[in-house]
Design a protein around this ligand. Structure first.
Ligand code: PMP
Ligand code: GLN
Length: 385
């Protein structure tokens, strides 16, 4: 049996959501919006399902969707992509990550991971045979510490996984850190897997910078996006992969034996969504920023201290600064069992350098859910202060 998988527990997202469902807790844990995305896109998916075709679409994705992806990124991020040779569709960003790892790594190669890290990265890298080297990002700004990236690169480094906007830190990759990364990746001939699924969810005037916009990284980056995150349909699992042809060709070879294709009706609907005007995405950002601010205000009124959230659906609570004498796992366990609110311990995202002082909350919820969630978090806080 495979050692990487045998050593794994169930993902914290599923554990916490199940616990919330069993106990009737408010779920501010797993990242999904309380309300589904646009009705018009659901209708587009329904119509495409009824009218068909419902047979295998092309392995790289429906031509209309690949064209829509290229057009979308040209319009929003200023990058020029050839829809035929540089764009492919996967079954969610997760499949794209798996395919990128399988495509770029041989057993014994090294991969660099920044922690905290989205929980799928490390097992996927290890399952692809990589030896993972970790660079820790430190709160509250989550910058790459001076010299740490330089020290992590070796002659064996083949892949670096970057996530911006960052889940769970809710930070954006700093331009100076990106420039360092570009220099080092080029010097070591490494590939950057850039998980940009939260690209449209940025706040306070911050703008997402795709790594593909950097002239050095353009040729050595595999950019990953997700319709689930763009439109608020996390169950849809429609992912986008963009990379220079030699990289994309290999990713597609892995994809052909993972899922091969992705449901065609969801692809049709995703293409319609990508063509939405900029105002749609601006409104979505504004709505989420308002939800963030509502939760932050309620938490601050109850004595919680939070770190800044510049993007994603998430914010972090600093337990010690909030006067809570407990580690994150203990706080989250008692919060869901005794106070009726689910959250995610940051330690689920840190393996090499455990960080147990923060808890992640999802604010993509209705006002009343956020208000009740904050009340229950306050009840949980009183268990420890
Ligand atoms: N990467 C990151 C950083 C994520 O936060 C998520 C899901 N929240 C994914 C990948 C997975 O995306 P998908 O559901 O499209 O597989
Ligand atoms: N990405 C989501 C989160 O961070 C969860 C995805 C999942 O449940 N696997 O909450």
């Amino acid at each position: 049996m495979n050692r990487t998988l045998s050593a794994l527990g169930a993902t914290i997202f599923d554990v916490m959501s199940r616990r919330a469902q069993e106990t009737g807790a408010i779920n501010l844990g797993q990242g999904f919006p309380e309300d589904d995305g646009p009705l018009a896109l659901r209708q587009a998916a329904a119509t495409a399902l009824i009218e068909g075709p419902n047979q295998y679409p092309p392995m790289r994705g429906l031509p209309a969707l690949r064209a829509a992806i290229a057009e979308h990124y040209a319009r929003h991020q200023g990058v020029t992509l050839d829809p035929l040779r540089e764009v492919a569709v996967t079954s969610g960003a997760t499949e794209a990550l798996a395919a990128a790892c399988l495509a770029m790594l041989n057993p014994g190669d090294e991969a660099i991971l920044f922690e905290p890290a989205y929980d799928a990265y490390r097992p996927l890298l290890e399952r692809a045979g990589a030896v993972v080297r970790t660079v820790g990002l430190a709160p509250p700004h989550w910058r790459i510490p001076d010299g740490a990236l330089e020290a992590a690169f070796t002659a064996k480094t083949r892949v670096v996984i970057v996530n911006t906007p960052h889940n769970p830190a809710a930070a954006l990759l700093h331009a100076d850190d990106r420039a360092r990364l570009a220099r080092l990746a080029e010097a070591h001939d490494a590939i950057v897997v850039s998980d940009e699924v939260w690209e449209h969810i940025t706040f306070d005037g911050h703008v997402h910078d795709t790594l593909l916009a950097d002239p050095i990284l353009r040729q050595r980056t595999i950019k990953i996006g997700s319709a689930g995150k763009m439109f608020g349909f996390t169950g849809w699992k429609v992912g986008f992969v963009c990379a220079a042809p030699p990289l994309l060709d290999l990713v597609v070879k892995a994809h052909q034996f993972l899922t091969f294709t992705t449901p065609p009706n969801l692809q049709t609907a995703a293409a319609a969504g990508l063509a939405y005007p900029a105002a749609f995405f601006a409104q979505q950002r504004a709505d989420l920023a308002r939800s963030r601010d509502r939760l932050v205000a309620a938490l601050h009124a109850e004595g919680f201290v939070t770190t800044p959230s510049r993007g994603t659906y998430f914010l972090l609570v600093d337990l010690a600064a909030s006067g809570i004498a407990a580690d994150d796992a203990t706080f989250c366990t008692r919060a869901v069992d005794e106070a009726g609110v689910a959250a995610i311990p940051l330690s689920a995202f840190t393996i090499a350098q455990p960080e147990t002082g923060f808890v992640r909350l999802c604010f993509a919820k209705r006002d009343e859910t956020l208000d009740r969630g904050a009340e229950r978090l306050s009840k949980a806080r009183r268990l420890f202060v």
